[in-house]
Design a protein around this ligand. Structure first.
Ligand SMILES: Nc1ncnc2c1ncn2[C@@H]1O[C@H](COP(=O)(O)OP(=O)(O)OP(=O)(O)O)[C@@H](O)[C@H]1O
Ligand SMILES: [Mg+2]
Length: 230
């Protein structure tokens, strides 16, 4: 099952002298249960592609299909993109972006509440997600009391709150040492395998590429499947 398919995406920033063609006809697919790496030099368009797939930054041209449903058709939104994004897509960034005055448990609970999953079972579900990510004992702590690796685990727990079909992660291990970085990448693979989620990860870390099923490389707004096999 294809979780996400992008076809011929084009994205330009600015005009005239400041024009940057960030995506110049990019196509890719990520299947349910698959972990996909996105490599490429700085400025090559990786984050632009990720935010286009995440319905945060629609391309001018091209189509995005989520779970068989065309949600961007030749650059035009089909339906309520914000609602689709909330229900179907989880995001993880370089910094965890946890809300600093909420505990880990409350951060996850808030995400559940925002997805209309509020109710008596919310408390237990938040704990279940934290347990699943190996930070079940840290739920009562505030983000600043957690290590970087623990914060990212909480951020992944939060991203899983709506049971998304797609997780998009932009350099999620850049701030971690290599050991914790690998642990986080392995968690993404576990999530993909066990939850059937498609996970697309932008990374510069060539040491963890063995975790991925598919590797794409971005170069100057163009994407190709890497010859490097995972
Ligand atoms: N909001 C914006 N306005 C203008 N130009 C932008 C904007 N966002 C990105 N760009 C430009 O688009 C190109 C692609 O940027 P993007 O952030 O997608 O690259 P990247 O591959 O994620 O780079 P990095 O590895 O440094 O994060 C770059 O030339 C960048 O300067
Ligand atoms: Mg980037």
């Amino acid at each position: 099952m294809e979780a996400v398919r992008a076809e011929n995406l084009h994205k330009t920033y600015g005009h005239g002298d400041t024009e940057v063609k960030a995506l110049r006809g990019v196509s890719m697919v990520a299947h349910a249960g698959e972990v996909v790496a996105l490599l490429g030099p700085s400025g090559s368009g990786k984050s632009t592609l990720l935010t286009a797939l995440g319905l945060l930054n629609p391309p001018e041209r091209g189509t995005v299909t989520l779970m068989g449903e065309r949600v961007i058709d030749e650059g035009r939104a089909q339906g309520d993109l914000a609602a689709l994004r909330r229900a179907r897509i989880g995001f993880v960034f370089q910094k965890s972006n946890l809300i600093p005055f909420l505990t880990a448990h409350e951060n996850v609970r808030l995400a559940l509440a925002l997805n209309d999953r509020e109710g008596p079972e919310t408390h237990a579900r938040a704990q279940e997600l934290l347990d699943y990510l190996g930070v079940g004992k840290r739920g009562g702590h505030f983000p600043e009391e957690l290590s970087g690796g623990e914060q990212q685990r909480v951020a992944i727990a939060r991203a899983l709150a709506p049971a998304p079909q797609l997780i998009l992660a932009d350099e999620p291990t850049a701030a971690l040492d290599s050991h914790r970085g690998r642990a986080v990448m392995e968690l993404f693979r576990q999530v993909a395998r066990e939850q059937g989620t498609a996970v697309v990860v932008v990374t510069h870390d060539h040491r963890t590429l063995d975790v991925f099923d598919t590797i794409y490389e971005m170069e100057d707004g163009l994407l190709s499947r890497s010859a490097q096999t995972a």
